[in-house]
Write a protein that binds this ligand. Sequence first.
Ligand code: FAD
Ligand code: UQ1
Length: 414
Amino acid sequence: EHNCKLLVVGGGSGGCSLSAKFARNFQKGEIIIVEPSDVHYYQPMFTLIGGGIKKLEDSRKNMRDVLPNKANWIKESVVEFNPQKNAVTISNGDTIKYDFMLVAVGLQLRYEAVPGLVEALNIPNSGVCSNYSPNHVNKTYEALQKFESGNAVFTFPNTPVKCPGAPQKVVYISEHFFRKTGKRNKANVTYNTSLGVIFGVKKYADALWKVVKERNINVNLRTNLIEVQPEKKLAIFENLDKPGEKTIVEYSMLHVAPPMGAPDVLKKCTDLVNEAGFVNVNKDTLQHVKFSNVFAIGDCSSSPNSKTAASVAAQCNIVYKNMKAVMAGQNLTEIYNGYASCPLVTGYGSCIMAEFDYDLNPLETFPISQDKEMWVMYMMKKDFMPTLYWKLMLNGYWNGPSTVRSLMHLGLRK
Ligand code: FAD
Ligand code: UQ1
């Protein structure tokens, strides 16, 4: 049995950053972080690791070294939420009681939901790979190097996802890799997405359609991976608009963005979550709709923004200020506009920096139109963002680029 003023569940991007903010003003022992993992990954780097641009080690730090020292880290997972009693149960059987709770458990990868996929990923040199997991991301660059000829197929699942751009960034990097290595004329590059659009924001979708047309990449919308047969190297897709209609593709390389969803532990606690299993918060304040002492941040929250680390950064200050207001018995003042950003890497040395809000309207930081493929944005993604993440964000000093945006636009635009 443990007691604390603030319980933070999950020490990923959101849980770590917000704990760091609170730790500055809290006494030792007032914050408990429950986080089962020994390592903290900077997941946005996985795209670059898959392309051979960074190493897996570059994306990894010890959890001990990123969580704030002043917080009490319990290396277990929460197995049951009990918000009526302001308590959770953890994997060693202990109970933790809290005054306030931040839920930051991210979302769960569901590779097992596609029959044959786990088996395929575990066969060496099967050509099947996935940037989404640290266990599989190195297989992407291996598959690119081993590729000789045939179909290179890339997927986007029929579920909510984190970083909705990531399933196609790997398409562009791969296509460029094939050109660089003289294999492009032997490769048939196809992106099969469950979505009905190439990207949710029209401005960037228009730019991306140009990219795929120029580079002869096939795009099939509303096409969902339902099975992999690794022994025959077959991928089976369903047409989401015509139930029962299937296509079978023989692949040389298959990159899978797996089905994802809310973690099981959340789904079990129906008071805490919406129908899809995400923590049911007010989309403006990020406060729980029923339990005023509970907030959520990041991928596990019901707020309908694109699930990215950039959104987590923007949410940090909103949640921090609103939680402090609740703790002080004051009214909530901060409103989240749904800011999300997706650096759409389009090859080795180019990137379209998408930034947008809840309404899927562009909300760009720089005073130039960001629907262009730019080298400087690529360098930002590759070299600047990791430093920003490790040094500033995880220490509670990065709230997203809204201040930079105001300065860049000289106060002329929002
Ligand atoms: P996470 O950072 O995933 O952290 C969740 C934490 O909760 C984990 O540490 C986990 O161990 C812990 N946890 C889980 N269950 C429990 C439990 N029961 N009890 C206690 N702890 C638990 N974002 C961008 O902004 N830009 C990008 O370019 C970008 N590219 C991406 C590319 C890829 C391939 C991937 C996978 C992600 C990318 N993202 C990108 C998304 C970004 O990584 C996530 O949106 C962000 O990490 C979400 O933070 P979070 O705190 O909600 O979840
Ligand atoms: C961002 O703030 C952020 O959080 C650290 C990211 O995560 C990796 C991003 O990818 C991006 C693009 C941003 C937005 C920042 C700027 C300066 C556009």
